[in-house]
Design a protein around this ligand. Structure first.
Ligand code: RB5
Length: 143
């Protein structure tokens, strides 16, 4: 199960991606927003909690640039949020970084390109090995 969320800056992209996921029969839970002016850290927190609790495996978060919501999500141990704007990075976010959240900017990345990023991220597999050792070093417990 995916969790998907946004602030107002990423709302239109979130709605587009919801339709895309529905068409592809990929299950998701939408945590908002509903388009109203709001604060991206609040939506990052709700999405993160769903992942850390095990209710959802991965998440997609959108804000205007993707920057704020990715910074917010990455404050939580166990979260690896990757801000991407093209599919090669999206694929590598899974293959190398085992990113459990994909972040996109609704005001800077077009919807078709964003959907291609989602496809690339979901379609890839974490490669493990040396990448697993590096990912392990990101966890606060390793600092
Ligand atoms: C909201 O205006 C905007 O600041 C937000 O969506 C995001 O781009 C922040 O990083």
């Amino acid at each position: 199960m995916l969790v998907i969320g946004s602030d107002h800056g990423g709302y239109e992209l979130k709605e587009y991606l919801k339709a895309y996921l529905t068409e592809k029969e990929i299950p998701f839970v939408d945590i908002g927003c509903d388009g109203q002016s709001c604060d991206y850290p609040d939506y990052a927190r709700v999405a993160v909690k769903k992942i850390l609790s095990g209710e959802c495996e991965r998440g997609i978060l959108c804000c205007g640039t993707g920057i704020g919501i990715s910074i917010a999500a990455n404050k939580y141990a166990g979260i690896r949020a990757a801000l991407v704007s093209e599919p090669v990075s999206a694929r590598l976010a899974t293959e190398h970084n085992n990113a459990n959240i994909l972040c996109l900017g609704g005001r800077v990345t077009g919807p078709v390109l964003a959907a291609a990023c989602v496809d690339a991220w979901l379609g890839a597999e974490f490669l493990g090995g040396r990448h697993a050792a590096r990912v392990q070093k990101i966890e606060p417990s390793a600092y």
